[in-house]
Design a protein around this ligand. Structure first.
Ligand code: AMP
Length: 210
């Protein structure tokens, strides 16, 4: 089962991917998490990506596609995967097609704009494993410490209010056209993402299984 989770920044793609990947026993592959890891480790890809990420712009395709190809080629991805944050543009989706990657379903998690800003301002991520939290909706058990791996949980630089608006613009302009791209292939299912995390997870599983 190869799935794509689509949605605005803060819609809950990462959180839902964490839940669904456990249920289905397939990895969640987040290009954002991999890029943040690359920035932290100061790899060539990380150095090339950092300035774009800090501004809330998309990282050039050659950098992202390279990282994604390597990850998809790993053994644990052979039985399927959830892509979270890739593709981000129609050309990236065409690249996936050209790579021969078959996509079974594209799940759009829809949250209206007015809820997105509150979601992003309270979002925190683990510096170690990349797990997502929210100060109100999904707090860590111990403040500032990841439940899963014990590393520090911090606010992303690009979740600061000044960057959020530009990321939403980028989503509308460059990523939202993917909805039509996948709807035309009969693969798009939209899930309501503004309720509780567990409720959205039920809807997401129903959309995958339906
Ligand atoms: P995310 O964690 O998905 O919100 O991604 C964080 C940042 O990483 C984005 O704002 C982009 O700068 C970069 N990024 C993640 N995925 C992609 C992608 N598929 N194409 C280009 N840039 C990406």
């Amino acid at each position: 089962m190869n799935l794509i989770f689509l949605g605005a920044p803060g819609a809950g793609k990462g959180t839902q991917a964490e839940i669904v990947c456990e249920k289905l026993g397939i990895p969640a592959i987040s290009t954002g998490n991999m890029l943040r890891e690359a920035v932290k480790n100061q790899t060539a890809a990380g150095l090339a990506a950092k300035e774009y990420m800090d501004r809330g712009d998309l990282v050039p395709d050659d950098v992202v596609v390279g990282i994604l190809k390597d990850r998809i080629a790993m053994d644990d991805a052979k039985k399927g995967f959830i892509l979270d944050g890739f593709p981000r543009t129609v050309p990236q989706a065409e690249t996936l097609d050209a790579m021969g990657v078959q996509i079974d379903k594209v799940i759009e998690i829809y949250v209206p704009d007015e809820k997105i800003c509150a979601r992003l301002s309270g979002r925190r991520v683990c510096e170690g494993c990349g797990n997502s939290y929210h100060v109100d909706f999904k707090p860590t058990k111990v403040e500032g410490v990841c439940d899963a791996c014990g590393a520090a949980v911090v606010q992303r630089i690009d979740d600061k209010p000044e960057t959020v608006l530009s990321r939403l613009e980028t989503y509308k302009e460059k990523t939202a056209p993917l909805k039509d791209f996948y709807a035309a292939k009969g693969k798009l299912v939209t899930v309501e993402g503004q309720e509780e995390i567990s409720e959205t997870a039920k809807l997401t599983m129903a959309a995958i299984e339906g």
